[in-house]
Design a binder for this molecule. Structure first.
Ligand code: AQP
Length: 334
């Protein structure tokens, strides 16, 4: 029987998949693909909201596809495709831009963070990024969207857009998508700064663990990860005001399937000199099989392109009738 829920989520093909993407989102995608009809998208339209080298982007789309397959997405159990191959995303985004309000977009913190001081020089696409994200989700009438904590505000906007569209046009066309922000690592922080999120675009490679990093570089990055001089506390309350320590404990918990309290039960009172090698070992154990599969898949362009083309065809079959409904609702056709 077809499940009544439909999952949609996406990831930009810009740079390597990192531990934040994996623990915050991708691991949940893999877990959801059996219980739900699942649609996952390599969001190349979103990638060009900032400057991209075309050859690097082309490679990035294939490499991200390989990384997702290596992480456990299975094209027999989910739909995996590149956003630009399904024109509905861009077309629906236009309609939804006429639904979304300027005031709503002005409140989006990711735009403020990414545009930085040069807001006037940012692309219009970077500003309207969350509307395209809403179109991605609503084109499939997705009910659940598994994402990291940083996407919470964009998901609320997608719900507001869906509700206003339905209300403006007197239809029940779009379900209100539920964010699924779950697990012990919904916000993985930089290894260099416990107050900034781990990110592909951080210029310092030492700030993140890439899923392509080998055991030596993982051990080195963890050894050099910023910490404080105190030993680990025995209770969660002792992590207050210690963002780097809290991040490393959270990573250990997520990687070993324990709670942070259990991790502190095991390591409380120990210094980072003892904790860090154990953390690096847990990281290598989780990442090494993914890296090995990724290295097998990454150069087989023919196979990767075939997965994406087949996924795009299945995605179009769902999204095109939804766009037709939207066209009827706004009055483009009978
Ligand atoms: N640090 C993180 N902790 C938990 N989840 C995270 N995600 C990203 N960073 C973390 C989640 O990964 C999914 C895909 O991310 P994306 O590439 O579409 O979005 P992003 O926020 O642009 O990712 P990055 O790494 O931060 O890239 P840049 O640096 O280019 O902005 C999303 O579900 C996201 O929540």
């Amino acid at each position: 029987m077809k499940p009544a829920t439909r999952v949609f989520s996406g990831i930009q093909p810009t740079g390597n998949l990192h531990l934040g993407n994996y623990l915050g989102a991708i691991r949940n995608w893999v877990a959801m693909q059996d219980a739900h009809e699942s649609i996952f998208c390599v969001v190349d339209l979103h990638a060009i909201t900032v400057a991209q080298d075309p050859a690097v982007l082309r490679r990035g789309i294939r490499e991200m596809t390989a990384a997702l397959l290596a992480s456990g997405l299975d094209p027999a159990r989910c739909i995996l495709f590149p956003q630009s191959a399904v024109r509905v995303h861009a077309e629906l985004a236009w309609v939804l831009m006429c639904t979304a309000r300027v005031g709503w977009l002005n409140r989006m913190t990711q735009f403020k963070d990414k545009a930085g001081k040069d807001r006037e020089g940012a692309s219009v696409g970077l500003y309207t990024y969350p509307v395209l994200q809403a179109a991605d989700i609503l084109a499939y009438k997705a009910t659940h969207v598994p994402v990291g904590d940083d996407q919470k505000q964009h998901l609320e906007l997608a719900r507001d857009i869906a509700a206003k569209f339905n209300n403006d046009h007197g239809v029940e066309l779009f379900p209100l998508p539920e964010p699924v922000i779950e697990g012990p690592a919904t916000r993985v922080m930089s290894l260099r700064d416990g107050t900034a999120k781990m990110s592909k675009s951080d210029p310092s490679d030492a700030s993140r663990i890439n899923l392509t990093d080998d055991a030596d570089s993982i051990a080195q990055k963890i050894r050099r990860a910023k910490t404080d001089p105190e030993p680990l506390p025995s209770e969660i309350a002792g992590l207050a005001g210690r963002p780097e320590a809290a991040n490393l404990v959270g990573l250990m918990a997520a990687l070993t399937g324990r709670s942070a309290a259990q991790v502190l039960g095991d390591y409380g009172g120990q210094g980072f000199g003892q904790f860090k090698p154990a953390l690096a070992e847990a990281m290598v154990a989780a990442i090494a099989p993914i890296t090995a599969r990724f290295n097998e898949l990454r150069h087989d362009d023919v196979a990767l392109d075939a997965v994406l083309a087949a996924g795009a065809e299945r995605a179009r079959a769902i999204a095109e009738p939804v766009l037709a409904e939207v066209h009827r609702a706004v009055g483009f056709r009978d």
